[in-house]
Design a protein around this ligand. Sequence first.
Ligand code: TXA
Ligand code: MG
Length: 329
Amino acid sequence: MKHWFPNENDFEEAVEALRRGQLMGWPTETVYGLAGNALDADAVASIFEAKGRPTFDPLIVHAADTAAAFALADSVPPEARDLAERFWPGPLTLVLPRRPDLPDLLSAGLNTLAVRVPSHPVAREVLVRSGLPLAAPSANRFGRISPTCAEHVLEEMRGQPRVAGVMDAGPCALGVESTVVGFPGRGRVVVYRTGGLPVEKLRGAVPALEVVDVRRAEDDPELAVRGEQSPGMLARHYAPSTPLRLLEAGETPAVSVGRRGWLCFSERPEVEGPVEVLSKQGDLAEAATRLFACLRRLDAAGVDEIIAWKVPNQGLGRAINDRLSRAAF
Ligand code: TXA
Ligand code: MG
């Protein structure tokens, strides 16, 4: 696997690899993706293979601009146009009715397709130079922690023959994945996955915005019947290999004999063992940026258990708490 940097030569090599049907580790403002040509069914299949991802979990297709993104959809609800105008390029994914001629595997047999226009300049450069829509899930092995720097991708994708290289643009600015929004009909606008675009901002545009609770999604007949339930709601996800226990802010951990590592929001508690503080200043944006890297370090620390505390449940804090509760499931 090559380690590329954003220069003329490496951009060309990366784009050539994509044209040949190979995959690349690709920086975005949220997390690093594993990108392949969305129009090439074989390349799409190899994304699932490289990730070890079950084929019922659909991908996000990335496009250089809104027109190119909407060209991938069969139709675009007015609510989606409005959100795209406000928030693209950026950490927002829209689930739209799918165009039937695109590879089936992209949307895992659902009648919808997830699309997004990323804002990262290096991501955009690859999209523009290749002229291709790029299918890109996060570049981690299935169920593992999403990568937020090129080294994580090298670690996760080592030995995968179809991954030609990773383009290194440093750590991701946001650190959590995009917010996924769907339109299941009758004007409903539903958040399937909280993420880098805070719910409060979306609500400014769509006051009636619904946020689906992972555990109740199966009971919503409209979501299930229309195949719009986001498999990203898979309850356990983003998990370190070490068991993780999630505590309420201010909760005191029970005594234990095992060796423990600690993930705290802003204050370092009186504890023994490896500690990671997400943001000394208590800044949720900084906490989001550091979340996955801190989890990876604790996972590598050889402890029996990771104890994590919830962060304030507002803004990016919702996405952080969502990822932590899935890691803890
Ligand atoms: O920030 C991100 O979104 C990153 C970067 C690389 O763009 N990508 C990412 O992809 O997180 P992935 O594959 O790890 O997550 C895709 C999410 C999942 O929750 C998936 O279930 C949901 O999008 N999704 C994809 N297609 C869908 C569809 N047709 N209906 C509902 N949910 C869908
Ligand atoms: Mg993922």
